[in-house]
Design a protein around this ligand. Structure first.
Ligand code: URA
Ligand code: SF4
Length: 205
């Protein structure tokens, strides 16, 4: 079993990390993905957002949260007064995972093995950025930090002190909101999502 730590560069500024991550082959996801999608944002960003893994759009364009989930995220960030330019935005897993064929690439959720393999990059980003708060979007990101026992439905919106940041929270993944078939359930979850991000914004004030 391998993890990405052997790909980490000696100098760990964000630019060197992103550069080194382009060559990461620590898990099989790099084989079918177009490129590594590393995190982006300023060193010293007070808030770090952690998603699951890049999707189809992000894999093509090379930046996190650009597709439908990113658009919903941007909309809610604006509503709660958070400026994406000031945040560090990344993913638990840096390569897109998919099944199907080139015509229709279907997102395949990363397994525990890929999450653990990729955690070295996430840890290195946290060590560089030193955010005051980390907000995990969805269970995959939350479980990358706190293990597979973490449940979004039980603990979303609660702020915890952790070794990674003095304030740490998990909320829904925007893609999960987009996928909910029931209008009422989706509206409710979306309201919770906004409430959680507003709480994060207030925690940072
Ligand atoms: N979903 C994620 O978790 N991350 C992205 O970057 C895009 C979609
Ligand atoms: Fe490396 Fe992460 Fe890509 Fe796997 S998903 S190859 S660990 S960067």
């Amino acid at each position: 079993e391998s993890d990405a730590s052997r790909y980490l560069p000696a100098h760990r500024d964000l630019g060197s990390l992103a550069e080194a991550a382009r060559g990461c082959e620590a898990c099989p996801l790099h084989e079918r993905a177009t490129r590594t999608v590393f995190g982006e944002g300023p060193v010293g960003a007070r808030l770090m957002l952690v998603g699951e893994q890049p999707g189809d759009t992000e894999d093509r364009q090379g930046r996190p949260f650009l597709g439908p989930a990113g658009q919903l995220l941007d909309e809610v960030l604006a509503r709660v007064g958070l400026d994406r330019q000031e945040l560090y935005v990344t993913n638990a897993v840096k390569h897109f995972g998919w099944t199907g064929d080139e015509k229709q690439r279907l997102h395949a959720k990363p397994g525990r093995r890929e999450v653990l393999a990729c955690k070295a990059w996430l840890d290195a980003e946290v060590a560089q950025v030193k955010p005051r708060m980390i907000v995990c979007l969805g269970a995959t990101a939350a479980q990358a930090f706190l293990g597979p026992g973490f449940r979004i439905n039980l603990s979303r919106g609660q702020v915890f002190e952790t070794p990674w940041a003095p304030a740490w929270m998990a909320t829904f993944h925007p893609s999960a909101l987009l996928r909910m078939p029931d209008d009422a359930a989706r509206a409710r979850a979306r309201a919770h999502f906004e409430e959680d991000l507003r709480k994060a914004a207030e925690t940072l004030r």
